[in-house]
Design a protein around this ligand. Sequence first.
Ligand code: NDP
Length: 497
Amino acid sequence: MFDLPITPVARVGGLVAGRASPGGGPDLPVYYPGTGAQVSVLVEDGPEAVAAAVEAARRAFDHGPWPRLSTPERIDVLERCRAAILAHVDELARLECVATGLLMRELRAMHMQRAAYNFRFFADYISQTAGQRYDQAPGYMTTVARVPVGVAALIAPWNAPVALATMKIAAALAFGNTCVLKPSEQTPLALARLVDLLQEVLPEGVLNLVNGRGPVTGAALVAHPGVDLVSFTGGTETGRQIMAAAGRNLVPCTMELGGKSANIVFASADQDRALDGALLGIFSNNGQQCLAGSRILVERGIFDEFTGRFAERAARIRVGDPLDPATEIGPLASAPHMARVLGFAGSAQAEGCRILTGGARREDLGEGYFIQPTAVVAPSNAAHVAQEEIFGPFATFLPFDTADEAAAIANDTKFGLVSYVWSDHLPTVMTMTERLRSGVVWVNTPMMRELRAPFGGFKASGVGREGGASCEAFYTEERTVTIPTVPPPLRRLGTAD
Ligand code: NDP
């Protein structure tokens, strides 16, 4: 029904030290979510190919120039990575669109710009980093330097592959590490091209790529003893497995996991702004984002009016072709994911939720994975649709009477990634920001990420943080060196008569 964003790509595989990886696994299909058509074949990397990639990264770390470059030299390379992305925005956006179904307009204007900026951000960051020095009487000096950790295993999700993976790649590289990247097997195309492009800029073996299914290629990567750290973004259950594997090798990991974030609207809020923010909070990125404001808590006095206006706007959202600049929501990323999201519409009805709008597939849009923007009112916060991360354009509404009750409902979840508060009453805002158990609180704004600040979750939403200083701490080891400035006399053992 809709045109393809690109002509089909014959085969895509991994890249080890700049050359095609040995593969070794089966061929996997890659589909365009806009039509359900197969657009490429992915060659899976088996355990031997994964080992070759880790060994290439190890060689580049132990013997190559990358960890030993001066900071200005490394900044220069990071700037060239940024330039390479900016020179290929349209191509990368089309490859990302064909595998994810994300909107071309947003991929060009936001995701690819953000990918380029990730390299600029960490180039700027390392230009400002400093070590520590302690002077200790009598005549000892102690310095603390941050040094690269080694080989970084970077596991990227399918919901914003390039934007999220480049945060990891840029941070790992900026602090002198070498990398093996594993994209989601559903969305490998743009990252494969990006890694290929960056080979022209980076020394051999510094950035390697393995492809394939998570439980095969991803599991082999995180279990490999040559990996020194693991950075993961994805689902909570997968995070548990990866952290267990990293634990067996005693390597540090960061886990950026799921969420069921509360979007709390008080009667004291600017209602129009809160409505716009709530719609953006759940329906951006085709509804597939970890930081989605997916539980919308609304003060009882304005509940009916707010939910009515929300449903009316949600029903008018233009769902359709990701290439059409007028489209507001594209397809979900895969057929199984669409079935899962629609399953929540079924469970909502079974649990006595009131369907405000949506809840069904857009059959009129052909074979693509399109669903109606959906909003329901749950009977309580215990409902399945109020507790589970749906990861689609699906909002669950709950009423509350007081700020205490709003905080209690917001915190009554296994997750704790972000929260949103809408109110023009300062004491209410301050009370809520203190009580909410989440890594980030956005007040009177939809998602507004500040890269210098930590981003990550409480509870099942994650372990560790991404962001300026948090990435510096994660992607480096601290090395303490003590040296006498004027060597003082030492106590002399074994000199007694
Ligand atoms: P996963 O967590 O399985 O996928 C994320 C990445 O991990 C992918 O690259 C995946 O590879 C890889 N992976 C999967 N299993 C392993 C493993 N054992 N070892 C190493 N790597 C592995 O996400 P799902 O696709 O299963 O999505 C499930 C749910 O997770 C979603 O519905 C959503 O709720 C949440 N999610 C949250 C994200 C976030 O931004 N925090 C992003 C994506 C999902 P592959 O895809 O090839 O299997």
